[in-house]
Write a protein that binds this ligand. Structure first.
Ligand code: GTP
Length: 305
C-alpha cells in the first residue's frame, strides 16, 4: 500500500545518504532536495500546502546535520525524518477506536455512533464493517436508517443488516431522519443493546437543507462519536467536503475508505494535516474484515523505514 508515497520518501533518503558526508549539505543541495521532495509529494496526491510544510520541515532538519563518517547514515536519517513527521503532525491524536468505544460503553449504554459523508464514499459498508468487529467481540448493535432521502438507501442498509443479523430501525422515505435516530436510541435503551449506528444521507453536500438535517440529527441523537467517511480516491474533493461539513456538524474523527485501490497514499497525509482529526481506520476492501486500525506512528514508519 501507498507505494507512490513510499517511493517519494525512499528517493529522498537515497539522495540524502548519497550527498551527506561529515560536512553539512550546501544550501544549493538543500534547495534541490526540497524541490524534488515537494514534487514527489504532490505527485503522490499530497495537497500543495501540506507538501510545502513537509518539505520545509525536512530541509530544516537537514540544514546543519552531519553524520559520523562510519555511522549508519541511513538509519540516522530515516529516524530523523520520522521524528520530524511526528512533530509536524503532533497536534493530531492517535485514537484506538475499538478501545475507545469499549471504554465509552463502561460509562453509558447505548454508545451512539453517527456516520457522515457523501453518497458512495462507503458509509454503509463501513457501518457494517465496524458492527462486524464489535459483534465478533460479543457486543450488540442496532442501526438507524436515517437516510430517508435517497431511494434504495434503506434497502441497502437492510441488505448488510440481514447478512450480519442486525436490526434496522426505519421510517418511510421522506420522514424526519432525526426521529429515526431517536427511535433507534430508544429501542437500544429498552432492549439493552450496546451500540447504535446512525446512517445518514449524503446527497449534494452544498445542499443547506442536508446540513441542517445532519445538524438536527446530531442535536437529537447526541452521538458519542461523529465519524466522517472520506474516500481516499477523491482526496482533495473529500477534504473540501469534510471542511464544509465541519461548519455545520461536529466531526470527531475520520475513516478513510478504498485505500486498497489507492497506491498514491498522499490523501491520508492531507486529511490529517488539514482536518486535524484522528483517522480511526482505513477501509481496505469490500469485505467486512477489510478494516485496518490506523496509527500515525505506524503509518510514518511504514512510509519511511
Ligand atoms: N475497494 C473498496 N471499496 C469500498 C470500500 N469501502 C466501500 N467500498 C465500496 O464503495 C461502494 C460505495 O459504498 P457504500 O457503503 O454503498 O457507500 P455509501 O457512502 O453508503 O453511499 P450511498 O449508499 O450512495 O449512500 C460500494 O461498492 C462498496 O463496496 C473500501 O474500503 N475499499
Amino acid at each position: 500500500m501507498f507505494d507512490k508515497l513510499k517511493n517519494a520518501f525512499k528517493s529522498l533518503t537515497n539522495t540524502i545518504v548519497n550527498s551527506i558526508t561529515t560536512t553539512e549539505l550546501s544550501e544549493d543541495k538543500l534547495n534541490e532536495i526540497r524541490d524534488e521532495l515537494f514534487m514527489q509529494l504532490v505527485e503522490s496526491d499530497v495537497a500543495v500546502d501540506v507538501a510545502d510544510a513537509i518539505s520545509n520541515a525536512i530541509v530544516n532538519y537537514l540544514r546543519g546535520l552531519k553524520v559520523p563518517r562510519f555511522g549508519d547514515k541511513e538509519s540516522v536519517i530515516k529516524n530523523g525524518i520520522i521524528d520530524i513527521m511526528s512533530k509536524l503532525f503532533s497536534d493530531i491524536p492517535d485514537v484506538d477506536f475499538m478501545s475507545e468505544v469499549i471504554r465509552l460503553l463502561q460509562m453509558k449504554k447505548p454508545v451512539v455512533l453517527l456516520f457522515l459523508g457523501p453518497n458512495g464514499y462507503g458509509k454503509t459498508t463501513t457501518i457494517a464493517k465496524i458492527t462486524h468487529q464489535l459483534m465478533k467481540r460479543g457486543y450488540t448493535a442496532v442501526w438507524a436508517a436515517a437516510d430517508t432521502y435517497r431511494a434504495g438507501a434503506i434497502e441497502q442498509l437492510e441488505g448488510h443488516a440481514t447478512k450480519l443479523g442486525v436490526r434496522v430501525i426505519k421510517h418511510g422515505y421522506g420522514s424526519d431522519p432525526a426521529a429515526v435516530a431517536y427511535d433507534a436510541i430508544n429501542h437500544a435503551k429498552v432492549r439493552g443493546i450496546d451500540y447504535v449506528m446512525i446512517d445518514t444521507a449524503g446527497r449534494m453536500h452544498t445542499d443547506i437543507n442536508l446540513m441542517n438535517e445532519l445538524s438536527k440529527i446530531q442535536r437529537v441523537s447526541r452521538p458519542d462519536l461523529s465519524i466522517f467517511i472520506a474516500d481516499a480516491l477523491l482526496g482533495n474533493e473529500a477534504l473540501d467536503i469534510a471542511k464544509y461539513y465541519s461548519k455545520y456538524v461536529k466531526i470527531d474523527g475520520l475513516i478513510v475508505t478504498k485505500v486498497d485501490a489507492y497506491p498514491k497514499g498522499g490523501a491520508i497525509l492531507t486529511f490529517l494535516y488539514e482536518l486535524k482529526k484522528p483517522i480511526y481506520f482505513l477501509g481496505v476492501g469490500q469485505g467486512y474484515d477489510d478494516l485496518r486500525p490506523f496509527s500515525k506512528a505506524e503509518f510514518f514508519r511504514q512510509l519511511i523505514l
